[in-house]
Design a protein around this ligand. Structure first.
Ligand code: ATP
Length: 675
């Protein structure tokens, strides 16, 4: 794959992706966690790259979020989703949803949302799924550990390089001939020859000819697959639990997976085999068992001697003294039975303590010979042979078990990867479903001239605009249950007037959030939304106070782009008049609105100068208004839904009106008439 063809991927990132196993799959699936494993790629960059790959697939040139404030609203939308994920992966993965004009991308995400909401219908299982999800993380490759009892051998330089790459765990040796192979066989327990030409050579030791070694890495280094499962055990068990709790079909036999995982411990050793356990213990306990066996024999013999009166005739005694004859002969003659008992006890102890098999018991026999001696001592050469025998049996058994278990696990590797990926996907699905449920969302309808999926044809051909019914923003500074539903429909350039704190900015925020979510393909927090598929969102927040000349100039430059750009833009602007003095502002806003009207853009300009602006404009600007229904105990009572074609009274007007009602002097009536 040509990584550099992905928008946002330069030479360095492309090189990092080339080093990553499974980069293409990860790009295809938006698997941010895997992408973030590419050297030097942060998680944030990984999400950007994944988005780039999606954009490329959908022929989307990006740039929907045209301003800083629009990007902030997108980040807020992502936060609402991130807060609802359980896994780190889920939190990163949601960043692959982004707003776009691409109908195919929007449909793709809407299909995902349909799946997500269908699956989440049975929300009773939700807590169990969430608990299990807490233990799921993307699978990790285990650290490479050297395996020293095995080596690869080849006479071919190219094969040598390929083997070094494929088997970082093993030494790869160059051998010229059979003699070289024989030498290696003396240094390694197993030699794996990669060249066909060695087939049939007669060499002592465990030499295997495997020209196919590179295609069967798990057979050559079973430790690798065991280490993989050992490293990822808890993640796999958690993913299996998610699959069961969420009722998704796992693609592999979960009991077989659990059984296989039970057979390997955390450092990749095979456990649960009785015979291997016996051999491991026997090797470990051998010295201690020999020493105890000696004590057992000597204690017995000592007791026997202590209890016996030994009569020794004069000749014997003389012989003992004069010739230095050993006491063994006396033992033999006087305590033969006791000696035999003591030695038997020693042998018995050894067999029992080490749980020796009948075929190994001969060593115990020979370790404590018949010849009487005191103290009884073991035959070191026999014990040493026993040690070698037990170690060889242990290593052979361990190697066989490793191979067998690795063969079982090898087949489970791909299903295990999918099991975890599916579990992580459940996290994203549930986050989206929970977001939709928490904010009582619905999927919006796109109105456009061409009929496509999820869209309705626009009857009057006037495709731009947005209609929100019962919209409730989750981003307000009030609890969601206290948010008043807002109805607002707008198309073409419009001024939004209204009392202070009436909810004008919140209406722009709601419109921006609804459009961003809708064009991400996600459900929106409203009873019903109909909108055009906008090409770009330009959202300008209120500037704090009058700008100096330089800043004013650069803001006007920004609006040059807003007033003349892609078709079917949505432009939201909050109190642009605050950039300069009111008279000049009204003229500037009027001019911008005229340009937008010529391009059939949808625009909402919040302004306290709606009257002045519409007077300055050369066309009939629509003016909507957020109305105060009155003052109640000094507090404004507001209808949060803007009234169409209505210039709302300002807060000062309302206060003057109230004073005029309370005061009969006529002064306030005079002021009121000025409005
Ligand atoms: N739909 C709503 N439901 C409940 N409370 C709301 C709603 N809309 C706005 N509010 C409350 O009103 C406050 C003021 O809203 P907002 O800042 O949008 O008003 P504004 O008209 O833009 O004010 P200003 O003229 O001062 O800029 C918000 O901080 C919020 O607490």
């Amino acid at each position: 794959m040509e990584f550099e063809a992905i928008p946002g991927v330069g030479e360095k990132t492309a090189a990092a992706l080339a080093e990553l196993d499974g980069a293409e799959r990860a790009l295809e699936e938006g698997d941010v966690a895997t992408l973030a494993r590419a050297p030097g790629l942060s998680e944030g960059r990984a999400a950007v790259v994944a988005r780039g790959a999606i954009r490329r697939r959908h022929g989307d040139d990006g740039g929907f979020l045209a301003t800083g404030r629009a990007r902030e609203v997108y980040e807020d939308a992502l936060d609402l989703l991130r807060e609802r994920t359980v896994t780190d992966y889920g939190a990163k993965r949601v960043a692959t949803f982004y707003p776009t004009q691409s109908a195919s991308r929007i449909s793709e995400v809407r299909a995902f949302v349909d799946r997500a909401t269908d699956r989440a219908t049975d929300r009773d299982s939700d807590p169990a799924v969430r608990n299990a999800l807490a233990g799921v993380e993307p699978l990790e490759p285990p650290p490479t550990r050297r395996v020293r009892d095995r080596c690869l051998a080849t006479a071919d330089a190219e094969r040598f390089a390929a083997a070094e790459d494929a088997f970082p765990e093993l030494s790869v040796e160059v051998v010229e001939d059979t003699r070289g192979l024989a030498e290696l066989a003396r240094s390694y327990a197993t030699v794996i020859a990669l060249d066909e030409r060695f087939a049939g050579v007669d060499v002592d030791g465990d030499v295997r000819i495997r020209p196919d070694a590179l295609e069967h890495p798990d057979e050559i280094v079973p430790e690798r697959v065991l280490a993989f499962f050992a490293r990822n055990r808890s993640r796999l068990l958690a993913a299996a639990e998610v699959a069961e709790a969420a009722g998704i079909s796992p693609g592999c036999d979960l009991d077989a997976l659990r059984n296989a995982l039970d057979r390997v411990d955390d450092d990749g050793t095979v456990v649960g085999d009785v015979e291997l356990g016996r051999l491991l213990t026997a090797v470990g306990d051998l010295d201690a068992a020999v020493s105890t066996a000696e004590s057992v024999a000597n204690d017995r013999l000592r007791d026997a001697i202590r209890e016996r009166d030994v009569t020794i005739d004069g000749t014997d005694f003389l012989s003992l003294v004069e010739q230095g004859a050993r006491v063994d002969s006396l033992l033999d003659r006087e305590l033969a039975d006791e000696y035999a008992d003591a030695v038997d006890a020693a042998r018995g102890h050894l067999v029992e303590a080490l749980d020796l098999k009948p075929e190994e018991a001969g060593f115990a026999e020979r370790a404590f010979p018949e010849d009487p001696a005191f103290p009884v001592a073991h035959e070191e050469s026999v014990i040493s042979r026993l040690r070698t025998e037990l170690k060889t049996a242990r290593d052979r058994r361990a190697a066989r078990l490793k191979r067998e278990l690795a063969a079982d696990l090898s087949g489970l590797r791909d299903p295990a990867e999918s099991l975890v990926r599916d579990a992580l996907e459940v996290d994203v699905e549930l986050a989206v479903a929970r977001f939709a449920a928490d904010f009582e969302c619905t999927l919006p309808t796109f109105v456009e001239s061409d009929e496509s999926e999820g869209s309705e044809s626009d009857a009057d051909g006037d495709g731009h605009g947005i209609t929100i019914e019962g919209g409730r923003s989750p981003l307000l500074n009030v609890d969601f249950e206290n948010v008043d539903p807002v109805d607002y429909a707008v198309s073409g350039p419009t001024l939004l007037s209204g009392v202070n704190s009436g909810g004008k900015t919140s209406t722009l925020d709601l419109a921006a959030l609804v459009v961003v979510l809708a064009q991400m393909g996600l459900p929106v927090p409203a009873d019903r939304v109909e909108l055009a598929r906008f090409s770009e969102l330009h959202y300008y927040a209120k500037t704090q106070g009058t700008l100096d000349a330089g800043a004013f100039e650069s803001t006007l430059r920004d609006f040059r782009g807003v007033a003349d750009g892609a078709e079917n833009r949505l432009v939201l602007v909050d109190e642009l008049e605050s950039i300069t003095e009111p008279g000049a502002s009204a003229k500037i806003v009027a001019g911008i609105l005229e340009a937008l009207a010529e391009q059939a853009a949808t625009a909402v300009f919040v302004s306290h100068l709606a009257r002045e602006i519409s007077e300055a404009a050369d066309f009939d600007v629509a003016v909507d208004g957020i109305e105060a229904l009155g003052l109640e105990d000094g507090e404004l009572v507001v209808n949060r839904s803007p009234v169409k074609d209505h210039l709302a009274r300002s807060t000062p007007e309302l206060i003057v009106e109230k004073l005029a009602e309370d005061d009969g002097s006529g002064f306030y009536d005079r002021l009121l008439r000025k409005f």
